[in-house]
Design a protein around this ligand. Sequence first.
Ligand code: GLN
Length: 492
Amino acid sequence: MSSHGLSASEIARKVRAREFSVTEIVIDSLERIGSLDGTLNAMITIERDRALERAAKLDSALASGEGPGPMTGVPVIVKDNMCTRGIPTTCASRILSDWKPPYNAAVVEDLEKAGAVILGKSNMDEFAMGSSTEHSAYGPCRNPWDTTRVPGGSSGGSAAAVAAGYVPIALGSDTGGSIRQPASLCGIYGLKPTYGLISRYGLIAFASSLDQIGPFARTVEDLALSLNVLARPDRKDSTCSSSERPDYLDFLKVGSLSGKKVGIVREFRDYDLHEDISRGVEKVLRILQNAGAVIEEVSLPVTMTSGLGAYYIIAPAEASSNLARYDGVRYGLSEEAEDLLSLYLKTRKAGFGTEVKRRILTGTYVLSSGYYDAYYLTAQKVRQIITREFTEAFSRVHTLIMPTSPSPAFRIGELVDDPIHMYMMDVFTLPVNLAGLPGLSVNGGYTSEGLPVGVQMVGPRWGEGEILSMAGVLERELGPARIAPGGLADEN
Ligand code: GLN
């Protein structure tokens, strides 16, 4: 019997009941990766030997009666911008292609402590800048629902890996939508937690006031399980909250939504949306309403008109500062040069891809004297207004519903030379990062071409439980996320 397609919670239960050994589970996953990843390219590094060694260790610990952790035997994949000791961590960039971190990210430690087995590192847009996983030094990742299309980005490899059934859980990072948008395009769940819920120690920084780590999964229970494992105070990350976290599985016991108010964001109707996406949003609203929720219209006028502009000033500004450390001296690539200045210039020219260079240029420009007030300061003021608009909305409703992305999966190559159009893919997700709120993408059906459609649920700060409850009610009606059919179709 194969373990393929089981959720993480089921795997952990079956391993505990000794129905499967960890080694059997890990071999099943590695075989699936082996047969599909030549097409999908969701992985940058596969750690076969290490994973099998670890599986054997977990099996002998179980045999000697050691109490299993909540994820014992669960194979997982981690985005390649999270540090793994001794295992390449490239950020999909040439500049870090040979870099092996001397330490583990906090989330990597937490997964292993819970008994999970890390199989490898997933493909992504370079330094998490992008919405398609085409900006990768390791080639584009493909969407398992249609391999001529992108899986979304920047955590496209992790999303494709869960959608194709490599593993039940993978980690991504989300600065402006990089968990939710690929989850939406791949038909699975993707949760960006509240800023400060999960430690970012060992996450390679893109834009530090926006970055958060979160899980992809095919069931709501697996999302809650992931938060139980990952959400904790961490003194190594000063932005990580020191408050106690609840047991997130408790939020799934909710059966009715009576007394709950759900806000529908009016402005999304002004966008040029794919009609199947509007239909997906309506469908989700109907199910929530049937479960007892009251639907109310909510307006976020500044958020929906100026969020994108503010994000594409603030995120590049922070990136230009964070990426200054890749200078050919301290990390990764180092080009031959006669003097220090040419070492910097040659290394950065050869090491960074086009999109990363574009962000560094934009970021440096908006921070330069004479332009700082006009761009960076104005963007910060807009960010304040956006935060206030959300706070006002959450004084009236418990959660907000809107699309995750304006379009389903687009074709590989379609937007790669049109950065502004690519940036538009995050118009509904990035305001949530600007306000530091939790957001979850759930599947709301499929287009007439069979492509998944995502719907976004947004909660107030620390409102993960609230959105998990609603997602649980939805899942009871719609079923868990489906594994993409085959992943090998339409190769061209
Ligand atoms: N697509 C957005 C960007 O390119 C968001 C990326 C992310 O969330 N990491 O900046």
